[in-house]
Ligand binder design. Structure first.
Ligand SMILES: Cc1cc2nc3c(=O)[nH]c(=O)nc-3n(C[C@H](O)[C@H](O)[C@H](O)COP(=O)(O)OP(=O)(O)OC[C@H]3O[C@@H](n4cnc5c(N)ncnc54)[C@H](O)[C@@H]3O)c2cc1C
Ligand code: FES
Length: 270
């Protein structure tokens, strides 16, 4: 069992938890993720390692459905049945020059640990983060510490620039010489960013398809990259954004929409 040693509400529907897990914490690197299960009846859900200390792993999650809702109802001192990781390949941390991090919605937390590691490797960091409203934003203070420039966007204009992170990136590309873009967020956001940077800037996207085992065995997280079948969990989760077949990925993600809706409404499928 894995104890929740800290719980904090970061923003609207967004929670941080620190989970005691020294074995995972010893090995965790930026860009990797864990899979957790709350109890024996629970679903397995993947969440990125947002930060770690010697004994704990920090996860940050957005409440979107049944499992994340149940997770948000837990308190400090409660325990999780399964907490498996670190899974996936770490980010390729080296000196690139100027790196632009783009985090949208639930991508804000995962991009932070990558940015922190890249800053340590002497990169110049520019960060663009975006959310629905100012109530959904968090960690501006953390990003300010690692970024040479921080651009904030909200869909409704309640903070920063009104509009999507992709528009902010487009404008930034006119002003700055960027050597690498790393995007994490909803697939449609990453696809648009990939289209904007194509033939201009190397771009990495961290994919978040449905996952079950997270170890390359079930095949559920299959994605097509460079015309080859890859598993996002064991070959990724980061890939060259310009080689990903985005439409196929988005269609696959929709395949389970009915089951998730059904699960959230506790209905019985005929
Ligand atoms: C590698 C990876 C890292 C992720 N990191 C984060 C993170 O740091 N913070 C965060 O808030 N979210 C993260 N996610 C997404 C997170 O796993 C889903 O939000 C969560 O599984 C939703 O479960 P639910 O039961 O609450 O919602 P549901 O109602 O079951 O699903 C809502 C949506 O969540 C996604 N989802 C559902 N089940 C899974 C699953 N088993 N695997 C992947 N996606 C699923 C689907 O897009 C679905 O439409 C990550 C996903 C992946 C694959
Ligand atoms: S989650 Fe099963 S192969 Fe990736």
């Amino acid at each position: 069992m894995f104890k929740i040693v800290k719980k904090q509400k970061l923003a609207e529907d967004t929670f941080l938890m620190e989970i005691e897990s020294p074995e995972i914490a010893k090995k965790a690197k930026a860009g990797q993720f864990i899979i957790l299960r709350i109890d024996e009846k629970g679903e397995r859900i993947p969440l990125t390692i947002a930060d770690h200390s010697k004994r704990t792993i920090t996860i940050v999650f957005l409440v979107v459905g049944e499992t994340t809702k149940q997770l948000a109802s837990l308190r400090k001192g409660d325990k999780l049945l399964d907490f498996v990781g670190p899974l996936g390949n770490p980010s390729d941390i080296k000196e690139y020059g100027t790196v632009c991090l783009v985090g949208g919605g639930l991508g804000i937390a995962p991009i932070y640990s990558i940015g922190k590691a890249l800053k340590k490797s002497k990169n110049n960091i520019i960060t663009i983060i975006g959310a629905k409203t100012k109530k959904h934003l968090f960690w501006e203070d953390r990003f300010k510490k690692i970024s040479h420039k921080l651009i904030i966007c909200t869909d409704d204009g309640s903070k920063g620039i009104k509009g999507f992170v992709s528009n902010a990136l487009k404008n930034l590309m006119e002003e700055e010489r960027i050597n690498l873009v790393i995007a994490i967020g909803p697939p449609i956001m990453m696809k648009v960013i990939s289209d904007i940077t194509k033939d201009r800037i190397k771009t990495i996207a961290s994919l978040n398809p449905i996952m079950i085992d997270g170890m390359g065995m079930c095949g559920v997280c299959r994605v097509i990259v460079d015309e080859t079948v890859k598993f996002a969990c064991s070959d990724g989760p980061e890939f060259d954004a310009h080689k990903i077949e985005w439409d196929e990925l988005m269609n696959r993600n929709k395949m389970y929409a009915e089951e998730e809706q059904c699960n959230n409404q506790k209905c019985v499928k005929k």
